[in-house]
Design a protein around this ligand. Sequence first.
Ligand SMILES: [Zn+2]
Ligand SMILES: [Zn+2]
Length: 165
Amino acid sequence: MRIDLHEIIDVPGGRVAFDYEPDFSGVYPEAVLGEAERVRAKGEIVNTAGVLTLSAEVTARLRCLCDRCASEYEYELRLPVRAVLAEEQFDEENSDLYLLDGDYADLDEIIHTAYVLDMDTKFLCNENCKGLCPKCGKNLNEGPCSCKGDISPQLAVLQQLLTDK
Ligand SMILES: [Zn+2]
Ligand SMILES: [Zn+2]
């Protein structure tokens, strides 16, 4: 969504609020299967002494696939977003800086970027997810499988040599 800021752009103290459902298709990684609750972005842009700052919170309930056990789980997304909107690049170091397009700001771009930067690289149903047994494929969160203990790599090599004979 593009938001029109012409009413506050030169008005210190001015503010514009927004509350909408951004489209995240094409932004979610593969592990996100869909939204159990639509993603929503709620916040405002305030002109503080001539500087436009955006503050928002992005919330959603996402259906994700666990990297370890391949089961589906729901994840509560709560992402605070902060950004400074400027007409020109004045601070190369500041990654929270976004350029205005005339009197407009591209909210989707700001929110998508914040999500991608914050995104977990690992998707786990639970931090202690035990995953699947590498031998029988059973989900070990549901209980132990009947495979006998862990085979050490050395032993596995030995076993391989014996079966090859
Ligand atoms: Zn898992
Ligand atoms: Zn097993």
